[in-house]
Design a protein around this ligand. Structure first.
Ligand code: PEP
Ligand code: MG
Length: 879
């Protein structure tokens, strides 16, 4: 297998299927060249195979020869040679992994320029200024990216050159000054890196390719992969492509275009371009761009050609594409295309609209509903559910709404300071002139991002949109200087709070109130299609403990409650004293009296929950946590004892807290074990529940109750706990006419319970997998401790691919779920199975739960829409 492939290489399958080998960019360049026959400058891709080989054992010995061969072919195709002193070929070098990845080396342009070929470029273009401007850009870029030099001193030299000639912009610097600047730059390279700036084009090329390879393992790139769950072993490809110049003259230009609007989803091409500029000028947002419509006035024919290409691209990819293009002396070149990133609103709108068909006659195309469903992501749904402001503040400045949603936070002006503040637990808004991959670690922790420059396709906009982080770009009224920004006479300093609305682009001083978002109509359409796919295959319930949450969950599409944590009802301020009275009781009578009081308040709570979910199953879990959680902390009482002294009640609380204290409370007296030593507790809860159900029956409602016993380990303990519940049920139902529907089951959240599910199923009507505790107990990872301290190190070093509390550990914990399901059903074929750990709202975990045959997943109310979509996707994926 070769390491290097030219864009027109004849692959066996369509090149876009070779993203593993060629990276996303390389695969698309090959597809554009050899299948779509678009005007693409020639070039070749150094494959990810080469990168992996490099990471394993250094620069592969065959690689130099292969690159030389490809360069020779490229030179022949383009009719120019690298480093030619008369009319040189110049190339760009870009990284291109399988998944687009900010944080890696991006691009080196103008490679091939040296002291000799710059003269050739000057003669062949008859433009000395252009040649030396290209050269100085190349030296600075190469020095910074490939030779690890600092960027700032180059900027300073450039500024000095501009000032010396009294110019306003870089374009005012004449050729002579640029020539001198090139010499200064080369000297600076030597000074900073101890090495001369390389003059041999092949040496420059090898340096750039190697820099791309090693940028794969930059901390920023690793952090990005960790966040996006991209495997560290993939490696990146490198694309080497003949340069065309958008900054040659006023007949040239460069831009980026989307076949539809990536922010709103509107079926209208969208783009930004600049006359007489290079690509980086557009993305960096340093100059203000013009729209595609403006192009009609400047380059009318190219505008038509571009729109025709857009149509061809959409038909080919059957999706919205984004493109980069350059116009060189009146000729259009396509530099890049790929299926484009989009906002959640746009993803929903496009997916639904594309099922209706686009184009005419033989060019008409559409996608199926199933394809549309597969295209919408959990993040897309999340972003349309994002908070919005409820009040109107005084608008300080308005920029472009680049990524929807509202955010409030303290302003920080550098990524490092933002990351530190986030570590301290602050909510932050990152404010920058523009962002670059350098800033990714600060953007990642930001509630919102605000930039003073840049357009809707700038780095800040694209990255924020991909993550669903609210962002405003190009708020030009904002003048940043050091650790503050000002708008008119208002100054906002580091640490001050602002609010930003990424939908309207409004920046507001101070903290605004937020409420959840209003999803577009396509949100319901997609979810209804998802529900059709899921019907009778995988239900979605919610974890909710109050009537209000239950009603909200139902509104969001929950088909019942999979977990009502009754302890949450005990923590209300008016309940806690009663619970404490029960714990502190010294006689049976005192305990019974306290339990009777608790029963009354619990009954009211149960009625609310059952009513909100009328006609749908509601799983009520009997008390689970250790009792000391309801008492004040021992230390707190001890301090008070030593200072102001304790009241009689507090003395009793201290004694109880000390007696209930345990070294490992999460594996101590909790769950069903608590029931065993305080049986009156469960009996009281069941009675309250049955009274609530009976009250609802009287009101002609239809409560469906599932009573769930937590943390079971053996059949015997479940049989015992079940017997108390059954006794209460029998007593309550005796003689009742309209009996409510009641079943009794257990959580499977210990490894033993999963392994011995066959025995446990003998005394259980249903199982609900509690994957939070099951993960804790399977790994032996404290769910309260390891995620902040240990997990980051484990993820960084690849000891774990994913945080198992986030996404189910498929082969360990997931295998226990599979085993529990199989063994449970071996005893009881129709055993109802669900999951109520946090994983119930995680798309990848849902895929596993579907594959192992669970009947439902249960998650927090706001994740219900995501679970509905993910369940449908799991079904389609595994069909
Ligand atoms: C679980 O352990 O997965 C579960 C749902 O119970 P809790 O989180 O309340 O312990
Ligand atoms: Mg649990």
């Amino acid at each position: 297998m070769p390491y290097v492939y030219s864009f027109d290489h004849k692959h066996r399958r369509p090149p876009m299927e070779y993203k593993d080998l060629l990276g996303g960019k390389g695969a698309n360049l090959a597809e554009m060249t050899s299948v779509l026959k678009l005007p693409v400058p020639g070039g070749f891709t150094v494959s990810t195979d080469a990168c992996r080989a490099y990471m394993e054992s250094g620069w592969p010995s065959e690689l130099d020869g292969e690159i030389e061969k490809q360069v020779a072919k490229l030179e022949k195709d383009m009719g120019r040679t690298l480093g030619d002193p008369k009319d040189p070929l110049l190339v760009s070098v870009r990284s291109g992994a399988k998944f687009s990845m900010p944080g890696m080396m991006d691009t080196v342009l103008n490679l091939g320029l040296n002291d000799r070929s710059v003269k050739g470029l000057a003669t062949s273009t008859d433009n000395e200024r252009f040649a030396y401007d290209s050269y100085r850009r190349f030296i600075a870029m190469y020095a910074r990216i490939v030779m690890d030099a600092e960027g700032e001193p180059f900027e300073e030299l450039l500024e000095a050159a501009r000032e010396k000639v009294g110019g306003k912009t870089d374009a005012d610097i004449p050729a002579d000054a640029l020539k001198e600047l090139c010499d200064q730059y080369k000297a600076l390279v030597k000074e900073q890196t101890g090495k001369p700036f390389p003059q041999k084009p092949m040496k420059q090329l090898r340096g750039a390719v190697e820099a791309v390879f090693s940028s794969w393992n930059r901390p920023r790139a690793i952090a990005y992969r960790n966040r996006e769950h991209i495997a560290h072993t993939l490696g990146t490809a490198v694309n080497v492509q003949a340069m065309v110049f958008g900054n040659r003259d006023n007949d040239s230009g460069t831009g980026v275009g989307f076949t539809r609007n990536a922010a709103t989803g509107e079926n209208k091409p969208y783009g930004d371009f600049l006359v007489n500029a290079q690509g980086e000028d557009v993305v960096a947002g340093i100059r203000n761009t013009q729209s595609l419509d403006d192009m009609i006035g400047v380059f009318p024919e190219i505008h038509d050609e571009l729109l025709e290409i857009f149509e061809r691209l959409e038909r080919h990819y059957q999706d919205m594409c984004d493109t980069e293009f350059t116009i060189e002396q009146g000729k259009l070149w396509m530099l890049q295309t790929r299926v484009g990133k989009r906002t959640g609103v746009a993803a929903l709108k496009m997916a639904v609209e594309m099922t209706k068909g686009t184009g005419k006659g033989k060019d008409r195309w559409k996608i199926s509903r199933d394809t549309a469903l597969m295209r919408v992501t959990a993040d897309n749904l999340d972003s349309v559910l994002h908070p919005q402001f409820t009040d109107k503040g005084t608008v300080l400045a308005t920029g472009l709404g680049a990524s929807p949603g509202a955010a409030v936070g303290k302003v920080y002006f550098t990524a490092d300071e933002a990351a530190d503040a986030a570590d301290r637990g602050e909510e932050i808004i990152l404010v920058r002139n523009e962002t670059s991959p350098e800033d990714v670690h600060g953007m990642m922790v930001a509630e919102g991002i605000l930039t003073a420059r840049g357009g809707l396709v700038s780095h800040a906009a694209v990255v924020a949109r991909g993550w669903g982080t609210p962002a405003i770009v190009g708020a030009e009224a904002i003048k940043i200087s050091g650790k503050q920004f000002s708008v008119g006479d208002v100054t906002v300093a580091e640490g001050d709070v602002i609010s930003i609305d990424g939908t309207t682009g409004e920046v507001v001083l101070g903290e605004m109130h937020m409420a959840s978002g209003e999803p577009p109509p396509e949100f319901d359409t997609i979810l209804q299609w998802a529900d059709k796919v899921r019907k009778n295959k995988l239900a979605v319930r919610a974890n909710a403990d109050s009537g209000e949450d239950a009603a909200n969950a139902r509104e969001l599409g929950a088909e019942g409650i999979g977990l009502c944590r009754t302890e949450h009802m005990f923590l209300a301020p008016d309940r806690l004293p009663v619970v404490r009275r029960m714990i502190l009781a010294t006689t049976d009578e005192e305990e019974e009296a306290a339990l009777a009081d608790l029963r009354d308040v619990q009954q009211a709570d149960f009625e609310e929950v059952l009513e909100a979910m009328d006609g749908l199953p509601v799983t009520i879990r009997l008390l689970d946590p250790p009792l000391h959680e309801f008492l004040p902390p021992v230390e707190e009482l001890k301090i008070k004892e030593a200072t102001s002294g304790l009241s009689e009640q507090e003395q009793a609380e201290l004694a109880a807290a000390e007696s209930w204290a345990e070294h490992n409370p999460m594996i101590g007296t909790r769950g069903v074990r608590l029931g065993v030593i305080k049986p009156g507790l469960y009996a009281m809860q069941v009675r309250a529940l049955l009274d609530a159900a009976a009250a609802l029956r009287k009101r002609k409602k239809n409560p469906i109750v599932e009573i769930m016993i937590p943390l079971t380990v053996t059949r015997e303990e479940l049989a015992l706990a079940r017997s108390w519940v059954q006794e209460e049920v029998d007593a309550a139902l005796k003689g009742m006419r309209n009996k409510p529907d009641i079943t009794i089951g257990t959580m499977i959240e210990t490894p033993r319970a999963a392994v011995r599910a066959d025995e446990i199923a003998e005394v259980s009507d249903f199982f609900s997998f509690g994957t939070n505790d099951l993960t804790q107990l399977t790994f032996g990872f404290s769910r309260d401790d390891v995620e902040s301290r240990m997990m980051p190190a484990y993820l960084e070093q690849g000891l774990l691919k994913r945080n198992p509390f986030d996404t189910i550990d498929q082969t360990g914990v997931g295998d226990l779920v599979r085993l529990g399901a199989e063994r449970g059903r071996a005893t009881k074929k129709k055993l109802k199975l669900g999951v109520c750990g946090e994983h119930g709202g995680d798309p990848e975990s849902i895929d596993l739960f579907y594959r192992v045959g669970l009947d439902y997943v249960s998650c927090s109310p706001f994740r219900v829409p995501i679970a509905r979509l993910s369940a449908a996707q799991a079904i389609l994926r595994n069909a």
